[in-house]
Design a protein around this ligand. Structure first.
Ligand code: NAD
Ligand code: TYD
Length: 352
């Protein structure tokens, strides 16, 4: 048995590969373009493991995808591949439209061609699982209920709009062509292999480098944080037992204002690796210009996946954050590898 997984040299995908192979011998064929966000160092420990087959390429390359499907005959395709960073989508939305919308469209078409030629029994068992985000639902006011699967889509950034479009395509390929799809909409993830352009790894990296910890606006925007391995376990549950055509919201009931997250990170760092001068890391906090169109609050109502599939997160925010900081402290070589070259150009563009 084989799964075709896309975008698994990135943050969540590489964690999915590690989590999956820790509990299964099913082969994963990993199609990844290796954009700035894709990094084979995330998968270095699998270099000699035949259960992981890496292929560099684009989800939008129909010929390549058709060839991979014909060769490996996967029982499912899991689509993690995307442009994923809101701030980059503001500077340059074109790549987001290309990969998240056009790329997903081409992938769906390649998969539909493969699936429609399968014998009936395999057609029924086949799944296309699309990994998406809570950001498609838009923003919440302080007293609004968290996002349920029935919430209407109101994306506000080029990133979330492109993800919303991809979710709609996936839905339509089920409704119109009968492709057996599943969609997951997860809240903000954190954990190992997180590229240091996103809040949590950026703050850990900057803190240790003695640089400012940039807080957009008033720092009171709320995100609902989930440890990445819990997300990966949820995806595995949805793949195994999710109802075809349905969407599942994934979240850990961990709403936190950004400023609180940064203070928590600083406190853990103060304990695990105190500054040489004895000053708290929180003294590096700096308020910077807000993100245009910044969504105020995201929150996930995870009752459906808990009730229907028996999934619950294993980590609390406190245990997950501590593990994450410890991982970064013991993987400074990985951080150095990903923060050279192009990364510096990005930091210059975004933070001046
Ligand atoms: P990431 O940016 O770390 O990784 C994306 C991966 O996709 C990279 O390895 C990149 O090389 C690859 N990729 C990009 N364009 C490609 C293309 N055209 N063809 C093949 N590969 C391509 O992203 P992530 O944080 O790991 O997110 C993975 C998925 O989960 C995305 O679909 C994202 O929208 C979704 N998601 C992310 C979060 C989060 O907090 N990071 C939360 C919910 C959902
Ligand atoms: P981010 O990690 O980019 O995820 P997303 O925008 O997808 O939620 O940002 C998380 C929150 O942190 C978001 O409200 C923006 C904020 N933020 C900062 O305040 N400073 C920063 O330097 C970054 C990267 C993000």
């Amino acid at each position: 048995m084989t799964l075709l997984v896309t975008g698994c040299a990135g943050f969540i995908g590489s964690n999915f590969v590690h989590t999956w192979l820790a509990g299964s011998d099913e082969t994963l064929v990993n199609l990844d373009k290796l954009t700035y966000a894709g990094n084979l160092a995330n998968l270095a420990s699998l270099k000699d493991d035949a259960r992981h087959v890496f292929v560099q390429g684009d989800i939008g390359d129909r010929e390549l995808v058709a060839q991979l499907l014909a060769t490996h005959k996967p029982r499912a395709v899991l689509n993690f591949a995307a442009e994923s960073h809101v701030d980059r989508s503001i500077h340059g939305p074109g790549d987001f439209v290309q990969t998240n919308i056009v790329g997903t469209f081409n992938l769906l078409e390649s998969v539909r061609g493969y699936w429609s030629a399968l014998p009936a029994e395999q057609q029924t068992a086949f799944r296309f699982l699309h990994v998406s985000t809570d950001e498609v639902y838009g923003t919440l006011e302080a007293n609004d209920p968290p996002f349920a699967e029935t919430k209407n889509y109101e994306p506000n950034s080029p990133y979330s709009a492109s993800k919303a479009a991809s979710d709609h395509l996936v839905r339509a390929w089920h409704h119109t062509y009968g492709l057996p799809v599943l969609t997951t909409n997860c809240s903000n993830n954190y954990g190992p292999y997180h590229f240091p352009e996103k809040l949590i790894p950026l703050v850990i990296h900057n803190a240790l480098a003695g640089k400012p910890l940039p807080i957009y606006g008033d720092g009171q925007q709320v995100r609902d944080w989930l440890y990445v391995e819990d997300h990966c376990r949820a995806i595995a549950r949805v793949l195994a037992d999710g109802r075809v055509g349905e969407t599942y919201n994934i979240g850990g009931w961990n709403e936190k204002p950004n400023l609180e997250v940064v203070h928590t990170l600083c406190a853990v760092l103060d304990e695990l690796q105190p500054r040489a001068d004895g000053q708290p890391y929180a003294s590096q906090i700096t308020y910077v210009k807000d993100r245009p169109g910044h969504d105020r609050r995201y929150a996930i109502d995870a009752r459906k996946i808990e009730r229907d599939l028996g999934w619950k997160p294993q980590e609390t925010f406190e245990t997950g954050i501590r593990k994450t900081v410890q991982w970064y402290l013991s993987h400074q070589d990985w951080v150095e590898g990903v923060t050279s070259g192009n990364y510096r150009q990005w930091v210059g563009k975004q933070y001046g």
